[in-house]
Write a new protein. Structure first.
Length: 136
């Protein structure tokens, strides 16, 4: 793994950590928080950092969703533990999004900037030392 790829992974982990903080991500069971993963892909000399979840409801939490009506699929009515009686449909109101990934990126931005500056400073210093040693 080269230094640029290592840097890409470190940036991804900074975003993941910031996006899963208590004040950023909504918490009910913790499943969404545990599902946030980092992947780094390389195409040519370009690295792409992907931070996200594969849970089916992750996008609805992040972006919000419109109101919806739930109907039974196989039975004539819906029933769940705690319901007073079976119902023919359930109306769920629209939900505003909680953009935890975007907010996490904003929170991580200063740390990412500092990390990139440090790494490029080290790389530039090493390159300069290498060129000087070649001259002498």
């Amino acid at each position: 793994m080269d230094k640029t790829q290592q840097l890409a992974w470190r940036i991804g982990y900074l975003i993941q950590e910031a996006a899963t903080r208590d004040e950023v991500m909504p918490f009910i069971t913790g499943d969404l928080r545990k599902s946030i993963v980092v992947n780094v892909f390389q195409t040519g000399g370009v690295y792409e950092i992907v931070v996200g979840s594969n849970l089916p409801y992750a996008r609805a939490v992040h972006d919000g969703r419109p109101a919806l009506t739930i109907y039974p699929r196989k039975k004539k009515a819906l029933y769940w533990k705690g319901a007073a009686h079976p119902v023919k449909k359930v109306e769920q109101p629209a939900r505003a999004g909680k953009p935890y990934l975007r907010d996490g990126l904003q929170l991580a931005r200063p740390a990412i900037t500092q990390l990139v500056q440090q790494e490029f400073s080290v790389m530039a210093r090493q390159e300069l030392q290498s060129q000087i040693s070649q001259l002498f």
